[in-house]
Design a protein around this ligand. Structure first.
Ligand code: BGC
Length: 421
């Protein structure tokens, strides 16, 4: 068997594997002493009542592109007053606040200055801070970062209360009227928002640069699963997954996320192509392209989206030249990677639904946000078919639905909840 075929085979996830992974995932959710890595962090937020109202800021800090929303919320709906994107890494401006050489105060000063540009001077506003990294909290307004994920490494933040860092930076900018009153994970914010709009939502998930899910437990509490840290023998880890892990900034952690999240898909493809370039004859152009492929993390998930849509692969912003038949094979490889990610996520969703409702007697609404789910060709469809294949006629019991901007809007809702009567 050629190396190419071997790789394709290693990426296949059979329906049996989906079921077994779901079962393993479900066990891990039920038993917190299980060593499968699910952190099950209590968000300290409950399912919303649905009658919340007010005006607030929602800051969505989920990766290198932060989103800021100013919204008025009420009547199970909202009015967007203003929003903006805050980039903390910008190649063209030579800005990178994600490196370990940068201090946390620099990072938060930059964010606070950007917030200051969007709000009216003197307006009192609570701010919900949706911070999408693992943190432990003692109350709804504080949270100590346990570790960075998704290749962010800014110094002086791990071990610190990130909401105090934000609050102090806002004060340094003279923004005394902006009060960070809530801190929550993006999956929690997404679920809070979905459950505000529709009572039935009981699972929230992010499929973007990172991956994770949250759930409403039997007592109405929203629990952040930290699904990305799931690891178990059932995961079909291949040698490229291991290579990626060894080269990552959080070696040994987030095994599941490294197979399914946008920030890693491009790197997995690059490692595979580089390996294939050593096989003579099969991919003649790969030899020439291999120089372009030696730069780690030079293929991004949006490059994979364009490859799937147009057949053209870019690395480091430049198209890599291949013959048409090679292009087709590379596309197949990328599609197999995307399919693997989606089917593993389907397994995690099934595991969560089975944990909440062992007989799957009820309807479950999984509210999903994130660029991979929204924009990656086939991704959402692969999750659906993965569920359909193993659930058969009960498949409609798990509904997956995209809800745009739910983490930012949920953060604003959280701010209103924490300041409400
Ligand atoms: C983080 C989670 C987050 C997920 C999605 C992961 O890397 O650990 O806290 O929810 O990304 O953004």
């Amino acid at each position: 068997m050629s190396l190419y075929d071997e790789i394709l085979e290693s990426l296949e996830i059979s329906p049996q594997r989906i079921s077994k992974t779901a079962e393993r995932f479900s066990h891990a959710l039920a038993d917190s002493s299980d060593c499968c890595g699910l952190k099950m962090l209590d968000s300290l937020f409950n399912r919303p009542a649905g009658n919340e109202r007010g005006e607030a800021l929602g800051l969505d800090f989920g990766g290198t592109n932060l989103r800021l929303f100013l919204v008025q919320i009420g009547g199970r709906g909202f009015r967007l007053v203003r929003d903006k994107v805050i980039n903390i890494r910008h190649d063209r401006l030579n800005l990178d606040l994600t490196q370990s050489s940068v201090d946390g105060s620099q990072l938060f000063d930059y964010i606070a200055a950007e917030i200051g540009e969007m709000v009216d001077v003197g307006q009192d506003l609570p701010l919900g801070h949706c911070f999408s990294f693992p943190f432990r909290q003692a109350d709804r307004n504080t949270g100590v970062l346990q570790e960075w994920t998704k290749e962010i490494k800014t110094g002086g933040v791990v071990g610190q209360d990130v909401n105090r860092l934000l609050e102090q930076a806002l004060l340094r900018q003279g923004l005394v009227n902006i009060k960070p009153t809530a801190l929550l994970n993006d999956t929690v914010a997404a679920l809070l928002w979905a459950a505000y709009l529709e009572d039935r939502a009981d699972i929230g998930s992010i499929c973007g640069s990172g991956h994770n899910s949250s759930l409403v437990d039997g007592e109405g509490r929203i629990i952040n699963v930290e699904a990305g840290n799931f690891h178990a023998d059932i995961l079909p880890i291949n040698r490229y997954d291991t290579m990626l892990d060894h080269g990552s900034s959080n070696r040994g952690a987030q095994s599941f996320e490294k197979m399914v999240a946008g920030v890693y898909l491009g790197e997995l493809l690059r490692l595979m192509l580089l390996d294939l370039s050593h096989e003579t004859g099969f991919f003649p152009s790969l030899g020439l392209a291999s120089k372009q492929l030696t730069v780690p993390n030079s293929i991004h998930s949006h490059d994979i989206s364009s490859l799937l849509a147009s057949g053209i692969l870019s690395s480091g912003g430049k198209p890599v030249c291949f013959q048409p038949d090679e292009q087709e094979r590379i596309q197949r490889l990328a599609l197999a990677l995307v399919k693997r990610a989606a089917r593993l996520i389907a397994a995690a969703y099934l595991g969560i639904a089975e944990h909440l409702d062992p007989g799957l007697n009820h309807h479950h609404l999984i509210s999903i946000d994130g660029s991979l789910y929204e924009k990656m060709p086939w991704f959402a469809a692969f999750i659906r078919t993965g569920l359909d294949e193993v659930m058969g006629e009960r498949s409609h019991r798990i509904e997956t639905r995209f809800l745009k901007d739910s983490s930012g809007l949920g953060a604003a809702l959280a701010a209103i909840i924490t300041t409400g009567p």
